[in-house]
Design a protein around this ligand. Sequence first.
Ligand code: DON
Length: 557
Amino acid sequence: MLLFSVISCNDKKEKVTKKEIGLITKQAMVVSARVEASKIGTAILKKGGNAFDAMFATEMALAVAYPFAGNLGGGGFMVYRKNDGEIGALDYREKAPLAATRDMYLDDDGNIIKGKSTIGAMGIGIPGTVAGVFEAHRKFGSLRVQEILEPVIALAKRGVVVTAKQEKRLNNYRPLFDKVNKDSITFTHKWKENDTIKYPALAETLIQIQKNGKDEFYKGEIAKTLVKFIQDNGGIMTLEDLEKYEAKWRTPITFNYDGLRIISMSPPSSGGVCLAQIMNAIEPFELDKFGHNSTKAIQVITEAERRAYADRSHFLGDPDFVTIPQKELISKSYSNKRMSDFSFDKATSSADVSYGNVEIIESDETTHYSIIDQFGNAVSVTTTLNGAYGSKLYSSELGFFFNNEMDDFSSKPGEPNMFGLIGAKANEIAPEKRMLSSMTPTIVEKDGKLFMVVGTPGGSTIITSVLQTILNVHEFKMNMQAAVNAPRFHHQWLPDVVKMEPNSFDKETITELTSLGYTIDETTSRIIGKVSAILVLPNGTLEGGADKRGDDTADGF
Ligand code: DON
């Protein structure tokens, strides 16, 4: 086992040694954005539940403890690998309502109406989370739902202690809560660190789901209350929308990288396809020799990212609606062709790489959790409301926020939407279509065995954060916690800048990259990813990687 992460920057002839070791457990682990959720997931495993039972519990516990992104009113993706090697993926992404139209966010002149897809009821996609956890449980669960929800309901009643980071987030978004909601909501109160927020309405909602199952949410009293609330607030969702919602099993994207087998999310997420494209493109280069975050390593990764993101914006959308040349995109030969004009002497210009000339900006308000159970099953889940607290619309009666996932569509093909996402025909709005995602829940095998479970929030930076976490372990020999904490950078074709976490990169490297024609953006970068990961160490024990950038916590036994 590696107790120290040794980052050797050959280019710089310098060595950085960091002592960053995550929680080590023998049998099972849950890593999530909040200690309460990790502990509830672990408690379910301790009761004899498996990773899918723990998924149900952790997802619901995040909806209570982490309303910023955890949700009943959003959606997500799950990638699994069972102990016998069987793999699969579950898509519980939100869908556009039946009444949605391609131009629903445009005014009469065809211009995007600011805020319409992001703030309030019009931004809401049909929530998929409840369908998702029930479907995973139906197929693979072992404990009863009643039992799984018990500790979650108790948590909602008991309340959750506000952390310093949470106090800050609530302060930032309070003005928007006031603007969007007709009445004051729980979060309008000026909560301070160490206060306890209780969630009685959410507890009651969970009790109804515990009693009546998934149908309560999609057809029952909750469905009626939910639809009435959204319509009263100007939204277009109907009972039929809810009734028709289904989580879908998908075939995950799989590919090999330097002896590893990567299993990741397929469309309607772009995560797996883009990750495959980037890793295929960088595979021929000796990254380990270049050194972690060295000029050459950053160049190769940046150029691979530039090309993959250009393709993302053009080709990818809901596979039930558009034909995606997936096989070609993730083939080694395609990536080799795409990299044929790359040179270490000079940055490629994004203008020479592909379509429009627009900016992609995404937000950081999703959440990922990773689980390995005592039986060797692994689950990797990324779930989201899209923006922070989603649409900011909160049902005080039901006790949860609704997503603003509709903004992940391109409101106007060929142009960026309100979040700055690139618009393309493949991702235009249509009734019942799923919006394109960047979420990248991923599982890695080494020598045919489970090696890593990894994922993160971070909008478009999700894919590149997952990439760097895998590379940090595989190429740069870091242990899990160090790999998660290490400084990250990001390029997404447009804007043509390398975003870097501030004050984290070698000044000489930045100077070199600048002279090669790269525009470095160190100042305005937000957090690039907030990774939750688990590594299976050579002796079979597990090491957690809980990102220092958040309140993330590993728990297990
Ligand atoms: O599905 C997506 O790609 C976005 N809705 C994810 C948003 C996100 O990651 C925001 N937070 N981190």
